[in-house]
Design a binder for this molecule. Structure first.
Ligand code: NAD
Ligand code: 6OD
Length: 488
């Protein structure tokens, strides 16, 4: 693979900046160097925020919603026109199979602009007629205005998808953005700058700064007083740090955080569907999906059958390079993350798990042995307070536990401080309604997983997030609603 220079994108131009610092970008497939990233220091972050602030009063701020919407469509078309470039960059950075990225990551990267471009043109604002003692009354109506400069901090697991999920609505609502992509996966966020210029986005509307979290670009951005609001996807503990930074100046936050999501399989499920769905929810993207299932609860009467069939199916998954269309699972995103996941694999053994499948590092041929690979792993037999049952691992693994009653499994599913997503497998509609409405989560799927309609509310309960994005809910965060009251 060739090595690329990955630059900051500030005020419509690519720049190395003046920090003089760079860091390596290695692919987790075989550990080889694919890029050198120019890290932003305080002065680049200041320049990016200043450009974003100035752009609010430039041509972008004067455009009608329709004009901005047209530009967003051109951005989406620009991503689609350069589909293969985005695909290659995303798969090299993450190691994920092309077969996943070409139907999830890149198409959603484009769709996130189109959906919000159309949505903002069709949202009505409220209006109330208010009686007054003199009988003439008053008319209240609301208008929406952009919040200003939005700081976007994004993670590495679905880099383009999760970044555009925030940049799309932010721009559709007339804001400007400064994006800090994950240090692990900077390529597609940087590449999007070219598309922005080609689409006619005015300079300063979309800015990208590279770097790390604490004491680096992430912290410089979230601490910056001219950033009006911060939208973040990542770990709960990082959310806590960002919330502290946002407290200075009382800036608004929208957080999509970690999870430890339950999958619940009732005896009245369609077994084939439940197995296929749970295979996806546990192992897709090498288990690195925030919505993924890491705790599977199976009704006791079908427990042995489910574990046998599920592990048989998981054992057939093919690990391989992104370009191979047969590849089901790639490596983890980095060696650092591999060490974290392997740490949990060891903990499971130490805590007395029965290792039904995997539990280690697979034998990969040639150069691939230098990659961040781990085996798909299934455990049973652990107590409910075991580390791998209660803590987010973010790897291709799950613990499966039997349950006896609906009440018991609802309590187990809701027992953790996380509350992002759940998947329920049953053919009984009454049960589906009873159980799904009692899940303490932001998103509950019944007989499916990661089936997304971008008009719906997306977010987490408890420690899995603050706020909801998606459809009109995104407007709650990306606009300021102003009420105007006119005495008639
Ligand atoms: P992370 O929290 O380590 O990093 C996310 C981003 O925050 C990166 O860009 C990082 O550089 C930046 N960052 C780190 N510390 C910072 C600080 N102090 N100030 C400002 N920025 C800082 O998360 P990750 O490891 O990239 O992603 C995995 C995590 O993200 C998992 O916990 C997963 O559940 C979560 N996630 C949640 C959702 C969701 O929708 N709820 C989606 C995807 C991922
Ligand atoms: O589909 C989405 O909009 C979304 N935010 C998905 C998050 C996946 C987490 O890894």
């Amino acid at each position: 693979m060739s090595t690329k220079e990955i630059l900051n994108f500030i005020n419509g131009e690519y720049t190395t900046g003046t920090s003089g610092k760079t860091f390596e970008n290695r692919t987790p497939v075989d550990g080889s160097l694919i890029g050198v990233v120019h890290e932003a220091g305080r002065s680049e972050v200041d320049a990016a925020v200043a450009a974003a602030k100035a752009a609010l009063n430039g041509p972008w701020g004067k455009m009608t919603t329709e004009q901005r919407s047209e530009i967003l469509h051109r951005i989406a078309d620009g991503v689609t026109a350069r589909f293969d470039e985005f695909l290659k960059a995303e798969c090299s950075d993450t190691g994920k199979p092309v077969s996943i990225a070409n139907h999830i990551d890149i198409p959603r990267g484009a769709a996130n602009f189109k959906v919000f471009a159309d949505l903002v043109k069709n949202v009505a604002n409220e209006s109330f007629e208010t009686p007054t003692p003199d009988g003439t009354g008053a008319l209240n109506f609301s208008v929406r205005r952009p919040k200003g400069v939005i700081g976007v901090i994004s993670p590495w697991n679905l880099p383009l998808l999760l970044m555009t999920w925030k940049v799309g609505p932010a721009l559709a609502c007339g804001n400007t953005v400064v994006v800090k992509p994950s240090e692990e996966t900077p390529a597609t966020t940087a590449l999007l700058g070219e598309v922005m210029n080609e689409a006619g986005v005015p300079p300063g509307v979309y800015n990208v700064i590279h770097g790390f979290g604490p004491d680096s670009a992430g912290a410089f951005l979230t601490e910056h007083p001219d950033v009006d609001a911060i939208t973040f996807t990542g770990e709960t503990s990082t959310g806590e740090a960002i919330m502290k930074a946002a407290a200075n100046g009382v800036r608004d936050v929208s957080f999509e955080l970690g999870g430890k999501n339950p999958g619940i399989v009732f005896a009245d499920c369609d077994m084939e569907k439940a197995i296929e769905g749970t295979i996806r929810s546990v192992f897709a993207n090498c288990g690195q999906v925030c919505l993924g299932t890491e705790r599977v609860y199976v009704e006791r009467s079908i427990f042995d059958e489910f574990v046998a069939k599920f592990s048989e199916r998981a054992s057939q998954m093919k690990l391989g390079v992104p370009e191979d269309p047969e590849t089901d699972m790639g490596p983890l995103v980095s060696h650092e993350h591999q060490q974290k996941v392997l740490g949990y694999y060891q903990k499971a053994k130490d805590e007395g798990a029965t290792v039904v499948l995997g539990g280690g590092v697979p034998d990969m041929p040639g150069e691939l042995a230098n990659g961040a690979w781990v085996e798909p792993t299934i455990w049973t037999g652990l107590p409910d307070d075991a580390a791998v049952v209660t803590e987010e691992i973010f790897g291709p693994c799950c613990h499966i536990r039997p349950f006896d009653t609906e009440e018991e499994v609802i309590e187990l599913a809701n027992s953790l401080p996380y509350g992002l997503a759940a998947a329920v497998w049953t053919e009984n509609t009454s049960r589906a309604l009873r159980v799904s409405t009692q899940m303490e989560v932001g998103i509950c799927w019944v007989n499916s997983w990661f089936l997304r309609d971008l008009r719906t509310a997306f977010g987490g309960s408890k420690q899995s997030g603050i706020g909801r994005e998606g459809g009109e809910h995104s407007l709650e965060f990306y606009t300021e609603l102003k009420n105007i009251c006119i005495k008639l």
